[in-house]
Design a protein around this ligand. Structure first.
Ligand SMILES: [Fe+2]
Length: 318
């Protein structure tokens, strides 16, 4: 039973969304806000990754990189907003991103151990549940089922799809209790006050104008965006959203000393590869992600899960 059941209009809109998303997936038509995305560079990137992986094995660094990828850090971030509804002062959001839960065997057990002792009111997941971008997806369910045993806060688990995900996952993951926001919004209510949370479909491979329209809201509610990438942050800021949570970059995943990414998979706004950022009056956070893709390794860029504590005020206490 979902915490946020679908209304009749949302069920109808989902039929349209699914027909568009399934067509884009079937034809591998990768489409960004700026236009069609080419595939040739990705093929080259995959070959380079294979060579890189071999070199690391020869250099004896592969096991170190794998151990780094399993060493998930919990990041605590306090954020202050003068217009936060008072009932939400101290409200905690657990943010998970880029789980790629089938990329590392047993990753779900590490996540369960890390998350179990945490205190949070709402969990949000900003996409990339599986490792590959095509093919099977059912292999993630046993791990997600186990993870859900610790993601059961009173206000539910909200999620968006990433560019590695398929529309086919939605029904099965919603049966586990994850409510997807597919260019949709829900209200989180507390003591007769509420937050608006909007989630967009992935815009890195599967951009449509439906994602833009989802961010057009007219109310005065304190509002938060969940999106796989930061590509819609300008639209969200224009529409008076206060907080934008995303992932996708993995923080670089393979970084030079000092956390300098070798590759970020983000042409837009490169400085937002991880951590806090601001766009006009809106705060944003790019998670470095809990998992890995490409190769199951990390260097100079620890995986993270993040707990945000929302505070009412001008500045957050340190
Ligand atoms: Fe990812």
């Amino acid at each position: 039973m979902l915490n946020y059941p679908l209304h009749k209009k949302e069920k109808e809109d989902r039929i349209i969304w699914a027909s568009v998303r399934s067509t884009l997936e079937a034809f591998r038509f990768k489409h960004k806000r700026s236009g069609k995305k080419t595939r040739s560079k990705w093929t080259l990137f995959e070959r380079l990754l294979w060579v890189f992986k071999l070199l690391l094995k020869l250099a004896g660094l592969y096991e170190k990189g794998l151990a780094n990828a399993k060493n998930i850090e919990v990041t605590n971030v306090k954020l202050a907003f003068p217009d936060l509804p008072s009932a939400f002062n101290g409200f905690k959001i657990l943010h998970l991103s880029d789980l790629h839960i089938d990329a590392i065997e047993g990753l779900e057990n590490i996540l369960v151990r890390k998350i179990k002792p945490l205190d949070f009111d709402l969990c949000v997941i900003t996409g990339d549940f599986r490792m590959d971008t095509t093919g099977s997806f059912r292999q993630i369910f046993p791990a997600m089922q186990k993870l859900m045993t610790v993601l059961r806060p009173e206000n539910g688990v909200l999620a968006v799809l990433g560019n590695h995900d398929t529309y086919k996952m939605v029904d099965l993951l919603e049966q586990l209790g994850i409510r997807f926001l597919l260019n949709e919004s829900v209200f989180v209510e507390k003591e007769n006050q509420r937050l608006l949370i909007t989630g967009t479909d992935d815009t890195y491979y599967f951009y449509t104008d439906m994602a833009l329209h989802a961010l057009e809201h007219n109310g005065n509610d304190f509002s938060i965006v969940l999106s796989h990438t930061n590509e819609l942050s300008d639209v969200a800021a224009e529409n008076n959203y206060k907080l934008y949570l995303c992932g996708h970059t993995h923080g670089g995943q393979i970084c030079l000393p000092g956390g300098i990414p070798v590759i970020s998979h983000q042409k837009e706004i490169r400085e937002r590869v991880r951590g806090l950022w601001r766009q006009n009056g809106m705060m944003g956070y790019t998670s470095a992600g809990a998992g890995v893709s490409g190769i199951p390794l990390r260097f100079n860029c620890p995986p993270e899960i993040t707990v945000f504590e929302l505070m009412r005020g001008d500045t957050a206490p340190v």
